[in-house]
Design a protein around this ligand. Sequence first.
Ligand code: CND
Ligand code: ZN
Length: 374
Amino acid sequence: ATAGQVIKCKAAVCWGPKQPLTIEEIEVAPPKRHEVRVKIVATGICRSDDHVLSGALSLKFPVILGHEAAGVVESVGEGVTKFKPGDKVIPLFVPQCRECRCCKNPESNLCYKNDIGKYEGVLLDKTSRFTCKGKPICNFISTSTFTEYTVMDEIAVAKIHDDAPLEKVCLIGCGFSTGYGSAVNIGKVKPGSTCAVFGLGGVGLSVVIGCKVAGASRIIGIDLNSDKFAKAMECGATECINPKDHNIPIHEVLAKMTDDGVDYAFEVIGNTSVMTSALQSSHFGCGKTVIVGLAPSTAVMSFDPLLILTGRILTGAVFGGWKSKDDVPKLVCDYLDKKFDLDPLITHYMPFEKINEGFELLRNGKSIRTILTF
Ligand code: CND
Ligand code: ZN
């Protein structure tokens, strides 16, 4: 009944950094050619959304944030053959066009048509489908999920299994897959190895889960907030340390604990000095450091190049290296087959209207993932 029409609905609009989101009535235009309009059913709050609110990531305003979600197709634009109304889907903040140099490379998952770092705030046709009070509202990294309805390019949407519980598998849209894939695809953690995970939020705990599945024998969690440790142990950490409890640099603490350094170190905070600590914590000649955290737009990492010269590997990835359109449906099936659990990551459910409270819980270190439902 709504196909082809402008839909009026509620969305949390971000008018600028350092101010609360406001719930507004917006207009969502019908999907154009090769676009899909989706009714969002559940969306998680990720620290990357908060990096925009804090001002750490600079992009164009006003914008509708949110990128970790699940929903149902409402209608499709011209030329769309792989989706129909009613299909369950997950938005993809890293699209997969299958045609660009990166998409054709089996080793890469970064499609040329992504908006991460460019932050143009538009769909592929260079406009967004949102307006509010007569003003255009920008799209966020190909997705925008803090809204009842959103429009995405079809390359930025994955169709998932009909049985998937949307209020859980929304985490496969970012936090879980990013962390888990960083361990299994990017770190390629080996059985019997020692891992260090810096930052035990939703993404960091998912790294811990990935290290455990990969058979690591020691998984050391590191966080400034010791309240995160119980959950980390539940997810598979074998020990946890708080840098505040030590009067020597954390990499020296780890060196003592691990016979000169870990096999794999993961930075899952977005702090460039912790990125350097992670690199320093890895063993010479063989240690690998994976950057997962998103640093502020102007931040620069600095380190002694001898750390690299002596054989340490430094790498990183968005979305855990998964080729999004290919792998998200498989991850959903793996979840349905009980190959991993998402429940330990979910600490709160809230109605969408309470979105600002959800962000407060994240900032105060009281939540892992809050899932907003519509
Ligand atoms: P969240 O804020 O939940 O977790 C971060 C954790 O780090 C918290 O538990 C903090 O207490 C802890 N912490 C903060 N500073 C320090 C410090 N100096 N030393 C030790 N611990 C510290 O965040 P999240 O898990 O949602 O996200 C983590 C990062 O990953 C964040 O930067 C986010 O933007 C990024 C990310 C990256 C990607 C990707 O594709 N690579 C996708 N999503 C999120
Ligand atoms: Zn995210």
